[in-house]
Design a binder for this molecule. Structure first.
Ligand code: F2R
Ligand code: MG
Ligand code: MG
Length: 349
């Protein structure tokens, strides 16, 4: 479809749900041979007429809260979003949430709480979480807001409801930017795509609090920009092994060790790659590649699925995969409503 078409919106949201559901099988695994990944994915084709259902985890549970809040309120409403996170956790606490964030979610349900950002600020001795829980749910900000300053502002605030460390919320901003540019077709020229992300993140990370957080965690200044430069280096290489991707970019639960990784997976799988089935399209390659990294597979595949889905569109997602994933059908319907909200806004600049 064309720029910001409905197929791209559906692809982004369904791609995110699919990545979460399909990646859940391998979350936390240290080594995942590609054979095992392909066996898992091929099994879906065989089971798709049966009642195979892969359940979604916290990634999708929280993404659904973001979508419902943005659609119901028609704007970013921090109280409403915080309330939805807390209520979702109260009703289904077993979706595999991070061990720290559950304390925030419990505090957010208190009727006495006046500042909804306060529980996140109290995490980890006041340093805040650098986990990828803000980034895993940030795709809807790129689908609800048309203009770049809004995408950045609200992805950041939406993440800060649980993640007050800049290495957490800036990961959410980067993920939302990647979906934003992908929706606009920027992945057709991969160098343009990565350069735009670097140039935006240079502004985003140019803040005293980001410098202080990076220093406290022994990371270089502008940590996300540094990783995006590593992606550029990897893109210039003819061959890159899974081990090199993990050692250069990471596959862990920190936003810094997973958001750039998800972006790399999308870029790397724009072309056919050895070890991946020839009949696979780009979105299938991306999901399979994310799973073969091991580590935080549900979240890396969820984030890469959103970026890739926004590029290829929903028609690139196999029906058999969609049928097996809890919440995929609903995601498509919500994408249509986000598409309307997005196009109601005048384009600035
Ligand atoms: N939690 C998981 N997977 C682990 C086990 C789930 C499994 N299904 C099971 O139940 O056995 N996955 C989900 O969590 C990730 C998102 O986490 P989020 O929302 O960022 O949580 P949290 O608790 O804020 O941070 C995650 C961990 O990172 C470390 N950490 C973060 N900030 C820290 C800091 N400032 N100092 C030290 N450590 C910090 C902690 O270990 C946190 O617990 C996604 O993968 C999602 O799928
Ligand atoms: Mg999860
Ligand atoms: Mg995860």
């Amino acid at each position: 479809g064309g720029t910001a078409s409905i197929a791209r919106f559906r692809g982004a949201l369904v791609g995110a749900v699919l990545g979460d559901c399909l990646g859940g099988e391998f979350e936390g695994a240290e080594e995942v041979p590609m054979d095992r990944v392909l066996q898992h994915l091929n099994g879906l084709e065989e089971d798709s007429r049966g009642d195979c259902i892969l359940q979604y985890s916290d990634d999708t549970a929280m993404t659904r809260c973001v979508v419902q809040s943005l659609l119901t309120r028609g704007e970013f409403d921090q109280q409403d979003m915080a309330h939805r996170f807390a209520e979702e956790y109260r009703q289904a606490p077993g979706r595999g949430y991070g061990s720290g964030v559950v304390q925030v979610l419990r505090k957010l349900s208190s009727p006495r709480l006046s500042d909804v950002f306060q529980p996140a600020r109290a995490q980890f001795g006041g340093r805040g979480s650098f986990g990828n829980g803000g980034a895993m749910r940030s795709a809807p900000f790129a689908l609800a807001f048309r203009n770049l300053p809004d995408v950045k502002r609200y992805a950041r605030l939406g993440a800060m409801l649980t993640h007050s460390c800049s290495l957490g919320y800036n990961g959410a901003v980067l993920q939302a930017l990647a979906v934003h540019y992908s929706l606009q077709g920027a992945l057709s020229v991969p160098q343009v795509f990565i350069n735009r992300l670097i140039s935006e993140m240079e502004g985003v990370e140019n803040e005293d609090c980001a410098r202080n957080d990076a220093r406290a965690l022994n990371e270089p200044e502008f940590p996300f920009c540094a990783r995006l430069h590593r992606i550029k280096d990897l893109m210039e290489r003819n061959t890159v092994s899974i081990e090199e991707v993990i050692s250069e970019l990471g596959n862990g639960i920190a936003a810094l060790h997973s958001v750039p990784t998800a972006i790399f997976c999308v870029l790397h799988c724009l072309e056919p790659r050895p070890g991946l089935p020839e009949q696979y399209g780009g979105l299938e390659r991306t999901v399979a590649y994310c799973l073969a990294l091991g580590g935080d597979t549900d979240t890396i595949a969820c984030m890469a699925g959103a970026i890739a889905g926004a590029h290829y569109g929903v028609d690139a997602i196999p029906q058999a995969w969609q049928r097996c994933c809890e919440g995929a059908e609903e995601a498509e319907a919500w994408a249509d409503r986000l598409h309307l909200l997005y196009h109601k806004q005048p384009q600035e600049g």
